[in-house]
Design a protein around this ligand. Structure first.
Ligand code: NAI
Length: 299
């Protein structure tokens, strides 16, 4: 197979000063992309600031690659726009955006403050919106673009102590899905990934498996989804330690109460097994696809 390259393309990676984002930035640069390395340089709780972005840029340029650092926060509309402006000013276009910046504010639901909810929504969900909207406008003009939104098993499946983070991470799936739908006519594709990797964000959470969970395992899938020949969009992937798997939101075939027949509560109770049965399902491509499942039943 010929090498998958990103020559003449521009990749913006948020939170690329550490962990997963750093590995993406290094690999994009190795494969020819010009990279905007965005990072505030904060700690895992979003506190402080530091030169993490510039350190990664230095690593890239020393190896012969092209990169610029950006230290704006994704968590404000101005920051998001400044990140994309950096790409356009330095390299003239934006082909790829990986929304990756992240922090944690873990606490059990009954103890979580509104501030801790906002802090997480601001960086993960609103941050991805603030960065992606100006990028989307550039991509529409170019008629080309690739987005990745970084979700999490905590959002897709739930995780104790992470209600704020889970809500943000599932929100990102919705954001990615609809950007995929709206972007399709202009060559813009969007996918979500749920990584499992040993980084400073997770080093205390992963237990004995941590040593096998190098961030580098996530990188090939992320780059593949951003490549020119990849036609996938509107999908979700779980990735970690060398396991790569599609995750999906599907509709079971369900139970139909009959045209014009409003069932009783007891009817629901009696048919719950069939309502929940997963032996036949579809994965709708959009909300209309789901509505269309009703058509044969109502005709
Ligand atoms: P990390 O802490 O190594 O990297 C996150 C980076 O985001 C840091 O360099 C940090 O400075 C930067 N950042 C934080 N707030 C920012 C802001 N407002 N603006 C710009 N940069 C900011 O963590 P890791 O694990 O590499 O996380 C990357 C993404 O992957 C995050 O979205 C995280 O939630 C997600 N994720 C990671 C998992 C894992 O197993 N490591 C599991 C599931 C999701």
């Amino acid at each position: 197979m010929t090498d998958i390259r990103f020559d003449d393309q521009v990749a913006v990676i948020t939170g690329a000063g550490h962990g997963l984002g750093r590995t993406y930035a290094l690999e994009f640069a190795r494969r020819g992309a010009a990279v905007v390395v965005n990072d505030l340089g904060v700690d895992v709780h979003g506190v402080g600031s530091g030169p993490a972005a510039q350190v990664v840029v230095d690593e890239i340029t020393k190896a012969g690659g092209r990169a610029v650092a950006n230290m704006d926060s994704v968590a404000t509309p101005e920051g998001g726009k400044a990140i994309i402006d950096t790409a356009v000013e330095a390299f003239g276009r934006v082909d790829i955006v990986i929304n990756n910046a992240g922090i944690l504010r873990d606490k059990s639901f009954h103890n979580l403050s509104f501030q801790e909810l906002d802090d997480i929504l601001d960086v993960h969900l609103r941050g991805a919106f603030y960065v992606s909207q100006p990028a989307f406008k550039v991509m529409r003009e170019q008629k080309y673009g690739r987005f990745i939104f970084t979700s999490s098993a905590a959002g897709l499946f739930g995780n104790f102590g992470q209600t704020n983070y889970s809500a943000a991470k599932m929100g990102l799936v919705g954001l990615s899905n609809t950007i995929a739908i709206e972007g399709a006519r202009n060559g813009i594709q969007s996918n979500a990934i749920a990584p499992i990797a040993r980084t400073r964000l997770t080093e205390e959470l992963l237990g004995p498996m941590a040593e096998l969970l190098d961030a580098e395992y996530v990188t090939p899938l992320a780059l593949y989804l951003c490549s020119r020949d990849c036609t996938l969009s509107h999908e979700i992937f779980s990735v970690g330690a060398g396991r790569y798997a599609r995750v999906f939101v599907g509709d079971a075939q369900g139970w139909f109460s009959g045209k014009g027949n409003v069932p009783s509560v007891e009817d629901i109770a009696e048919n719950m097994e069939q309502i929940r049965d997963l032996s036949t399902y579809t994965v709708p491509g959009n909300a209309q696809d789901e509505l269309a499942l009703l058509a044969p039943l109502l005709s």
